[in-house]
Write a new protein. Structure first.
Length: 396
């Protein structure tokens, strides 16, 4: 099993800083966790070779070639959708976009570990998890285009609306999980957040309450190593998964670019939750290949060689190598998937450009249950403002 060190690294300087040195690509000495277990759970190496795990093999032991191809398809289509959304934003069709490029394995692996009756609380980058929950990719883009507040019914897919406030969804997930436990259901809850959100007080409070009340919740942290422009080592002195020890529940670090390992570890954590063993923190150690959002320029704080080192660990290429080496997929499969991928991109593009403008006055309708004089005044002022444009057009 391959392991990677979590020892603090030399702080990275912004690109262009005199004397900046990169340590990307260097393989540190393998380390063990306090329990003696390897720090990084990995079932597929970057070269696509299967490695054994006494603890987690059983959770993927029955996986079929068909299911492996399904995981690959999920990642490819999710990446294609993500690329199309980025292009749409650059063309002025979306106001903003948060790309998941590089994090497909973490999201698809964990998303496919879920049962239909489990409930998901995402942030704003879980496009792969949304795909696994059956949310139409086009619906995700309505919020980023500014035509709706989400576009799907959370209860139809057990997938909550995207949460923009950093870390607050972990509180929602904990409360929901406490309710699940009181109802006597055997379903589980999963909350997604990033390494930056792990520094938020809401996350710490969620850990406290979930531990005290033994809530059936899995905290899934996608550690992509950059909270916008801040590297992880500027936020914590210990690996993120070890924080769970202080709250009294287990934490596991998994190779976030290994879809099989993410699937296995998440299944294990969900099984713990359903059996009444309480919360688990899963740290998926991955890398954000692109910008934090389309308003960000990562070249100002990251080195190109760091990204190049992680491109060699690409989650999609890793699984493709395994499929080919195992004779689980042929060129016909990959060619057909490429056609499906392009068709998805076209459909999403057409759907976004065809979205109707929202009713400009809808934002006033549900501010108060019984109406409010101030809202009425604001509505009237907004109506006059809108009418002024018509007057200007008429005058021309």
């Amino acid at each position: 099993m391959t392991v990677e060190s979590t020892a603090p690294r030399t702080p990275r300087r912004s690109a262009g800083t005199t004397g900046a040195k990169s340590t990307a690509g260097k393989r540190p000495t393998a380390k063990k966790s306090p329990s003696g277990e390897p720090e990084l759970v990995q079932l597929l190496t970057p070269e696509g070779k299967r490695v054994k795990s006494a603890a987690y093999d059983k959770f993927v032991a029955g996986i079929t070639p068909d299911e492996l191809r399904g995981l690959y398809r999920d990642m490819v289509l999710t990446r294609r959708f993500d690329a199309e959304a980025t292009s749409l934003q650059r063309q002025g069709e979306l106001g903003l976009w948060a790309s998941l490029l590089g994090q497909e394995a973490a999201q698809i692996g964990s998303g496919r570990a879920l049962r239909d009756d489990d409930y998901v609380f995402p942030t704003y980058r879980e496009h792969g998890v949304a795909w696994c929950r059956g949310v139409d990719p086009a619906n995700l883009l309505g919020m980023f285009r500014g035509v709706n507040n989400g576009g799907w019914d959370p209860n139809s897919n057990n997938f909550h609306l995207y949460t923009i406030v950093i870390g607050s969804q972990t509180l929602h997930a904990t409360g929901y999980a406490m309710g699940v436990a009181k109802d006597g259901a055997d379903s589980a809850v999963i909350a997604y957040f990033g390494d930056g959100a792990s520094s938020q007080g809401d996350v710490a409070e969620s850990f406290t309450f979930s531990a005290v009340y033994n809530a059936p919740v899995v905290f899934f942290c996608q550690n992509n190593q950059w909270a916008i422009s801040e590297p992880t080592e500027k936020q914590t002195r210990v690996p993120l998964y070890q924080r769970a020890q202080g709250y009294g529940f287990p934490g596991v670090r998994v190779d976030g670019n290994d879809v099989l390992a993410c699937l296995a570890v998440t299944k294990w954590a969900l099984e713990r939750a359903r059996s009444g063993e309480g919360p688990t923190l899963v740290e998926a150690y991955t890398y954000r290949m692109g910008a934090h959002t389309t308003s960000d320029d990562p070249t100002r704080y990251r080195h190109d060689d760091e990204r190049a080192a992680w491109e060699a660990k690409d989650p999609i290429l890793r699984l493709r190598r395994f499929l080919e080496a195992s004779n689980h997929a042929d060129e016909g499969f990959f060619a057909e998937l490429e056609d499906e991928s392009e068709a998805l991109g076209r459909r999403v593009r057409e759907a976004v450009r065809g979205m109707p403008d929202p009713d400009h006055f809808a934002m006033f309708e549900h501010a108060y249950a019984d109406g409010h004089a101030l809202v009425d005044e604001e509505r009237a002022q907004f109506a006059a403002y809108q009418a002024s444009f018509a007057d200007e057009e008429g005058g021309n």
